[in-house]
Design a protein around this ligand. Structure first.
Ligand code: EPU
Length: 445
């Protein structure tokens, strides 16, 4: 396992270009298998979860190539509808292929998914929706087996009990299959409206899907579709709002400043997709300027402690909750961070304690952070993607040397994090870069 060495404290300063969105590229990859055309997805980050998704698709006999941050998918000769267990166990989004595989092959065998250990991540609603849509769903040896569609057992109007991101993706593809097979419109209520989801719908609509959505009402309507045939269908992935937010928070936590490039369309600009983060940072005293081509994040006065609660979009993103706890450590006073989406998303806190953090977690729901205390470098472990990012931010803030192990977790979601942080002035090194302490001695490994 590779490690990251960090010599602190650090101040992050400079220009930052966000990677393409991880959670945006994954559903576009799932969508690419429903077309009888070659799909080219641009602006895809080269990260572990994308590599895993590529392996899953290749394992199904789909041609999938990664070239210069673009992926070219050709599923016209797809050979299998059974996802490999070992690959599926590496990430949650493997389960999001259920709907598109059914669309393509009329059946699917999908193992229960893996992914970040941030709670009991059930798929019960995915299965319930699939049954409601008229499919037979069986659990066999840890796999979900979907087949035998019966048009006489279709519930055409379905209400989600949670606006689940993953279930909304699957419902989209399953709904398209059902609507094409029955010539009826299928309506879903209380769906997720995260930008990565609406962008998926926009892409499908542009390419022939008969989809209508109302974000305010959280309604999705799907009618019979005629997907376009073209030699190549190209789509530009949106920027990664969570990566951008992570670096903005890291700049604040280290009392630096950062310019985040932001050139995408208005709705999918980082400014717009992260409006809740900018609101919170402004409230605690960060100077935020949203300009047409970028966002400037500057510290001009002492920051105050805060209270936040995570929520579904457009609320405060759960994927920035751990990073905000690290920011709270840098601020004098008591901050309170509530997690409302996942039932165990404070696992990383144990690692922050090794650095000298003072944090109390009650019921895996609320973290009370006693900030403003000196942190000291230590060996720590990345627990999951976002928890790992939070740990790295805390290492940047800590006095002396830290060594972060299980870096793989961070690399599942963040492209070239060491290189990008180094460019912003951080003294961080990868295992094989022979890191030196200030006194010139090699760090103990
Ligand atoms: N849930 C159920 N039953 C279901 C589906 C979901 O109980 O059938 C629960 C989950 O257990 C969880 C909550 O609903 O407690 C939210 O789950 P959701 O389905 O909305 O999330 P997801 O699809 O598993 C995606 C992102 C996550 C992000 C969440 C929330 C991808 C690949 N993953 O997960 O991203 O935190 O939405 O926004 O898009 C990350 O990038 O680090 C990450 C974890």
């Amino acid at each position: 396992m590779r490690r990251i060495f960090c010599e602190g404290p650090n101040v992050l300063r400079g220009h930052f270009t966000p990677q393409g969105s991880k959670n945006g590229a994954l559903p576009l990859l799932a969508a690419s298998i429903i077309f009888d055309s070659v799909i080219k997805i641009n602006n895809v980050p080269y990260i572990e979860d994308i590599k895993t998704m590529i392996s899953i698709l290749q394992n199904l006999g789909i041609s999938c190539k990664f070239v210069n941050n673009s992926i070219i998918v050709d599923s016209r000769d797809i050979k299998s509808f059974e996802i490999d267990w070992e690959l599926a166990s590496k990430m949650r989004a493997s389960f999001d292929l259920l709907g598109s595989l059914v669309f393509r092959c009329s059946k699917a065998v999908v193992p229960f998914p893996g992914g970040c250990l941030i709670g009991n991540r059930k798929v019960d609603m995915h299965l319930w929706i699939t049954k409601q849509l008229g499919f037979d769903v069986q659990i066999e040896s840890g796999n979900v087996v979907v087949n035998d569609f019966d048009e006489n057992h279709v519930n055409e109007e379905i209400k989600f009990w949670i606006p689940s991101v993953g279930a909304t993706k699957n419902a989209t593809f399953l709904g398209m299959f059902v609507s094409n097979s029955t010539n009826k419109t299928v309506i879903f209520h209380n769906v997720a409206i995260e930008p990565e989801i609406t962008y998926l719908w926009d892409f499908l609509i542009q390419n022939g899907a008969n989809i209508y959505y109302d974000e305010e009402k959280r309604v999705l309507k799907i009618g019979p579709s005629k997907l376009v045939h073209s030699s190549v269908i190209t789509v530009d992935n949106i920027p990664d709002r969570i990566e951008a937010g992570t670096y903005a928070i890291a700049a604040c936590a280290t009392r630096g400043n950062i310019w985040i490039e932001d050139n995408f369309d208005k709705k999918y600009s980082v400014k717009n997709m992260l409006s809740k983060l900018w609101e919170v940072l402004k409230e605690i005293g960060v100077d935020i300027s949203c300009l047409h081509d970028g966002i400037e994040v500057k510290i001009v006065k002492p920051l105050s402690s805060f209270e936040i609660s995570t929520d579904i979009y457009p609320g405060f993103p759960t994927d920035l909750q751990p990073q905000m706890v690290s920011l709270a450590l840098s601020v004098d006073g008591v901050s309170v961070v509530r997690e409302n989406l996942f039932d165990d998303r404070f696992v990383y806190v144990g690692e922050l304690l090794r650095l000298g953090a003072d944090i109390n977690v009650v019921g895996n729901k609320v973290a009370t952070v006693y900030g403003g205390k000196n942190l000291k470098g230590a060996p720590v472990r990345a627990t999951d993607i976002r928890g790992g990012a939070a740990i790295l931010i805390a290492c940047l803030m800590s006095e002396g040397q830290s060594v972060v192990s299980d870096v793989y977790q961070i690399e599942r979601g963040y492209e070239s994090i060491v290189e990008k942080m180094s460019k912003l002035g951080a003294r961080v090194f990868e295992e094989d870069q022979k890191p030196l302490t200030k006194s010139g001695q090699e760090i103990l490994r």
